[in-house]
Design a protein around this ligand. Structure first.
Ligand code: CTP
Length: 409
């Protein structure tokens, strides 16, 4: 599975002969599923054209800090927030120095200063420039700032010399970016995720359902897979493609989802219930299409089984994570569900006009018996990665560690 599906990568290109390799790097990133936005310094534009990078990335290339049109389309702060990772390749000695000093005198350095995303640099320069104590000191500063350097490699250089300073090859840089997202936090564990709505038939053509898009559940399944887990996704009817490398079981009704969940949770260590399960089904769905003969029509509804509660109450219950969609008293209702359903964790979000359902962004308040963490408004993909990291952390905490050891043996 490519771990770059849905990842937002800002590729910064600075001035150096290796800039021509950024074209191949862009192609590889896009092929691996990433969405790439290229930022070029003035120096970079002397070596390779923006048009090439625009054609390869499928997005317009950003070059200026003060450009009215570009700022209106996607401003520099927006771009800094959009990035899941910034890769600067090639990173010239000058760019390295400017990022190390926290300068903000062009678009690329400003982005590096304005982002909370991780930054990776692929140094590229003549071997004497690389070995210069000033460059080495800048690189130490970068490491202290948690900025990762990939390379440089050794070998023949464009200037005719041989030594350390060549930019790493595009394939090496691609792997470094991909492995950043493969955290291994759930390696060796089995995770089951329910997602989407359920559909409860009224008659052969009508049903009761809800607005759930399945986006959060699919993003969680993908993130759990990236974290090294073996994932089963049990999905109600949605318009999403099952993520690669994940076993997907398609269901319609709550009862079908329950059956599939009970089968899948055998031997699993984590169960995440994101599905918006219909609380009620029609007591007796009609065999034939209902005709509008009467003025009023009442449906008798019957309570559906609570899938999450049933899984959490098993003697061999996995680490169970529920979701709570609330319009008010978020913490009270969420904590009540945490206790009542005997969950290990609950992720609560506010719902209502323009919030959560069918949106690409969401925010969560996550509660567990002895703690709480807020995950602010962000894309569901990024939110899913944060939640999976939090689940892994709680799972590996001293309270739960014994179960995991058991799973791995
Ligand atoms: N859930 C489930 N099976 C159901 C109902 C809900 O597995 N039949 C799971 C959902 O996937 C979610 C959590 O339980 O993780 C939501 O709990 P629920 O009590 O249904 O929440 P609400 O529908 O928000 O409840 P209410 O409005 O009744 O408080």
């Amino acid at each position: 599975m490519s771990s770059l599906t849905h990842k937002h990568i800002v590729l910064g290109i600075s001035g150096g002969i290796a800039a021509y390799k950024a074209a191949e790097l862009t192609r590889l990133l896009v092929k691996a599923g990433a969405e790439v936005r290229v930022v070029m310094t003035q120096g970079a534009q002397e070596f390779i054209t923006a048009l090439t990078l625009q054609a390869l990335s499928g997005n317009s290339v950003h070059t200026e800090l003060f450009d009215l049109e570009a700022e209106a389309a996607m401003g520099h702060i927006e771009l800094a927030r959009w990035a899941d990772l910034i890769l600067v390749a090639p990173a010239s000695a000058n760019t390295i120095a400017r990022i190390a000093q926290g300068r903000a005198d062009d678009l690329l350095s400003t982005l590096c200063l304005a982002t909370e995303a991780p930054i990776m640099l692929a140094p590229s320069m003549n071997r004497v420039m690389w070995n210069n104590p000033a460059t080495q000191q800048n690189c130490h500063t970068l490491k202290d700032l948690d900025i990762r350097l990939i390379g440089p490699a050794s070998g023949a250089q464009a200037c005719g010399e041989t030594g350390e300073g060549r930019m790493e090859e595009p394939e090496v840089l691609l792997n470094a970016v991909a492995s950043h997202f493969q955290t291994g936090a759930l390696a060796g564990l089995k995770v089951v995720v329910t997602a989407g709505p359920t559909r409860e038939a009224i008659d052969p053509v009508r049903y009761i359902s809800n607005r759930s898009s399945g986006k959060m559940g699919y993003a969680l399944a993908r993130s759990a897979r990236e974290a090294g887990a073996e994932v089963t996704l049990i999905s109600g009817p949605v318009h999403l493609q099952p993520p690669e490398g994940i076993a997907c079981v398609r269901v319609e009704t709550a009862e079908e989802m329950l059956d599939a969940s009970l089968k899948a949770v055998d031997g699993c260590q984590v169960f995440i219930a994101t599905a918006a399960v219909a609380d009620y089904r029609v007591a007796q769905p009609a065999d034939q299409k209902h005709k509008k003969t009467q003025e009023d029509w009442s449906l008798e509804l019957r309570r559906n089984p609570d899938i999450l509660a049933q899984v959490a109450q098993r003697p061999d219950a996995p680490f169970t994570v529920g979701f709570a969609a609330e319009t008010q008293q978020l913490e009270d209702y969420a904590r009540d569900k945490l206790v009542r359903k005997r969950l290990n964790m609950i992720a609560a979000n506010k719902v209502g006009q323009g919030l959560a359902f069918d949106q690409d962004d969401n925010a969560l308040e996550v509660f567990w018996p002895e703690g709480h963490q807020s995950l602010p408004m962000q894309s569901k993909d990024r939110l899913a990665r944060s939640l999976i990291a939090l689940i892994a952390k709680r799972l590996h905490s001293s309270d739960n560690i014994i179960d995991i050891q058991h799973a791995k043996n």
